[in-house]
Design a protein around this ligand. Structure first.
Ligand code: AP5
Length: 218
């Protein structure tokens, strides 16, 4: 049986940071819908051109576009043992589409670690975030600085600040999370899949909590 894990949490909770650690440890591909969109934006594909306005404004990309993109990604060879999903699903329609995609293969979502962080902390994290251009490795100027300022420790590429991390966009993304995504906490809790962790702790402690909670399930 394949293993499917969904990482849930508001913008800046640490989903991407934790996904890199977990995917390496449990050998599942890290599928980030945000990264897939950013790759398309960078390459200026048709999809990239279609979604750039939504991302710039911090709004959700429409469900049919997002679902199609993730479905195509999950059908690739490297996902045959499962995947670690980061940033998808974000709406009830996406959660149901995911359940349906997996059911067609006789699979289900196995666990949903939910990284809980209050809004005030999120703003501080996003305004200090630096991301690597080559592979999206994530740093924070205070909490997780790179060894050499402006350079990725892992692949040596430049670090940049995401356009949607500007103050006004961040606020919009957080509001949209509470309006459109936070209901998925109850959706997965009612299915006994939710594993809540305290995301305000240091990065290594959050990783440890996630691994401990996953051990019981995966
Ligand atoms: P996406 O890229 O998914 O952004 P997001 O959900 O807003 O999440 P972030 O990447 O901002 O935060 P994160 O939780 O990964 O935190 P990180 O680990 O970087 O989406 C971008 C856009 O794409 C969306 O706005 C939307 O337009 C579109 N989109 C994507 N998916 C979609 C979908 N399914 N449907 C529709 N539209 C979609 O950490 C943040 C910072 O905090 C870093 O600096 C990090 O170093 C630091 N940090 C992490 N953990 C800790 C810790 N424990 N203590 C201190 N600092 C920490």
């Amino acid at each position: 049986m394949a293993v499917y894990i969904v990482l849930l949490g508001p913008p800046g909770a640490g989903k991407g940071t934790q996904a890199k650690v977990i995917s390496e440890k449990i050998k599942l591909p890290h599928i980030s819908s945000g990264e897939l969109f950013r790759e398309n934006l960078k390459a200026q594909t048709e999809l990239g051109k279609l979604v750039q306005g939504y991302i710039k404004r911090g709004e959700l990309v429409p469900d049919e576009i997002t679902i199609g993109m993730v479905k195509e990604r999950l059908e690739r060879e490297d996902c045959k043992e499962g995947a670690l999903l980061d940033g998808f699903p974000r709406t009830r329609a996406q959660a149901e589409a995911l359940a349906q995609m997996l059911a067609q293969k006789g699979e289900t979502v196995d666990a949903v670690p939910y990284i809980a962080v209050p809004p005030k902390v999120l703003i501080e994290r996003l305004s200090g975030r630096w991301s690597c251009r080559a592979q999206g490795h994530v740093y924070h100027e205070v909490y997780n600085p790179s060894k050499i300022r402006g350079v990725c420790d892992v692949d040596g590429s430049d670090l940049y600040q995401r356009e949607d991390d500007r103050a006004e966009t961040v606020e919009n993304r957080i509001n949209i999370y509470f309006e459109q995504t936070s209901s998925l906490i109850d959706y997965y809790r009612s299915r006994n899949l939710l594993l809540e962790v305290d995301g305000t702790k240091p990065i290594e402690e959050v990783s440890r909590e996630i691994f401990l909670s996953l051990e019981k399930v995966v």
